[in-house]
Write a protein that binds this ligand. Structure first.
Ligand SMILES: [Zn+2]
Ligand SMILES: [Zn+2]
Length: 63
């Protein structure tokens, strides 16, 4: 599986990100799916968009 190394804000370090099977229809028009997920913690990362944009959408951690 293809993967990319990015900094994961949840892990606080560089992690491998993989593209799970797209279920949102991003690839229906032939384009690449922008969704990536950290293999360690599963944090979602949208290409080019900082994960912090998810803050305030209700996806806060319950730790
Ligand atoms: Zn997708
Ligand atoms: Zn992570």
């Amino acid at each position: 599986m293809e993967f990319q190394l990015w900094h994961c804000s949840d892990c606080g370090d560089e992690r491998e990100f993989v593209q799970p099977t797209c279920t949102d229809g991003h690839t229906e028009d032939g384009g690449p799916c922008p969704d990536w997920a950290c293999v360690d913690c599963g944090a979602a990362l949208v290409t080019g968009v900082a994960p912090r944009t998810l803050v305030g959408s209700g996806l806060t951690h319950a730790a």
